[in-house]
Design a protein around this ligand. Sequence first.
Ligand code: FAD
Length: 513
Amino acid sequence: MQSIKSQEKGANVLKIKKICIVGGGTAGWMTAAGLSNKFSDLGISIELVESDKIGTVGVGEATLPHIRYFNNSLGINEKEFMLATRATFKLGIEFCDWGKLGDKYLHPFGDYGMPIHNIEYHHFWLRLLQKGHKSRLCDHSFPVLAAESGKFQHPHGDINKIGSNYGYAYQFDSGLYAKFLRQYSEDRKVKRTEGLVTEVFQDSESGNINAILLEDGTNIESDLFIDCSGFRGLLIEQKLKTGYEDWSNWLPCNRAVAVQCEQKGPSLPYTRATARKAGWQWRIPLQHRTGNGYVYWDKYISDDEAAHKLLNTLEGDPLTEPKQLYFKTGKRKKLWKKNVVAIGLSGGFMEPLESTSIHLIQEGITALIELFPDKSFHKSDIQEYNRRMDLNFDRVRDFLLLHYVATQRDDSEMWKFFRNMMLPSSLEDKLQAWLNRGYLTRYEHGVFHPPSWLAVMAGQNLLPNSYDPRANNFDYDTIKTKLDNLRNENKIAVNKTPGHASYLKKFGASIVN
Ligand code: FAD
């Protein structure tokens, strides 16, 4: 048996001493910030390489509430962050024309009522609905009503009060977020190197990447490489040939055109996603401008037509030229291979319908910190990382697909395609459980919890045949009064909530309207 002393010596020899991050987009700088926060004081040096010649993807402005935990873990002050990134608050996403043309609903970051005698609230709503008592599920949610009225305040600290049980996220300028995190990282000894990576060297025995070469001849060696090089996957794919799991049979939209425009009207605390004949369009309001884009399937609309349609539906004058983006939905077969971890677009991409990409970056960083390796790159660490990230990606894929299949639309070839498609079995099972009796399957991993599934299914009129039979054990009028009361209390609470724009101004934000 090895002595403790020799084990310690061994651990020291194997210790990761240098991390090189290739890429300085949102993924690169989030990774640099996350790792420098944990490792700078532990004698691990971090270098980030980025190239102005290539630039960043330049989109990615809507987030999920989890980003607050990321920022908090870095010790970032919310006000400073919001001012630096021209951020607005986000209570959810409004979906227009998804169930059918003319419909709209909001997917909030929050619940719909508390369980009654351990039976989920929506079963009582379904019972009333089936008895002909019509109310919108949305009216049972404070964040939906607040968002619809253009209002916002931080959740109440007292969990017994209306207005406490919801989350919120941000809509921000991604370039400014990267800049903000760059400052944070450089303050924590991250070295930034500007330069184009022209060659990548691999150890002939282990196959690990041992160095990268820049255009100016600089050679950078490292123990661990993080590939944040965007869609090209410079290390994980171009060098290590990891392979790509193509999901375009399920999510076939493969292009987007993005443009920023002037903001008209008050700054809204939510993102909007409007379904179109060949895809969908986003609208993301920041403090000083609005981000817009059209995600589409090139089989059914040309780039020019998509750009034309986008420009025709802007609410204000365009501030930028339309930017065309091409992608293939899916993920790398392995997000961690040898001594390379792919974080961000280099690892995979799904359309931004539920603002999930930045969240997946965050998941990647968290998992890497938890499973931080030594130079032996133990198989079990790599397997566990890939298992976790695969699940995260799979869950997001199913949830995005739900929006396309829970629809009555058949007014274009794209919508007809979705009506006839074979679903992944994980999604098929989940839908069956819902349709049978309103049961919402809980996943062990995955960002979207039952209320999110409920929001989309009910919002797009995919209603179950029945509900939990235990909901029948309660007096109908008592239940009806309970639900009526919650809707009324929500309305009263929203009336007392400040407007989003004035709340932002109190923060010191310089908003347009
Ligand atoms: P990039 O921004 O492409 O950065 C790549 C970096 O690698 C750059 O710094 C580049 O200079 C560097 N690089 C590449 N090659 C080399 C080389 N040879 N040498 C040196 N440096 C190199 N996400 C959300 O969460 N919410 C959204 O609303 C959202 N909307 C999106 C809309 C669209 C249309 C698209 C395509 C994506 C969207 N995303 C969204 C995803 C989000 O934009 C990305 O997840 C995020 O920006 C991270 O990108 P990245 O850093 O991985 O890649």
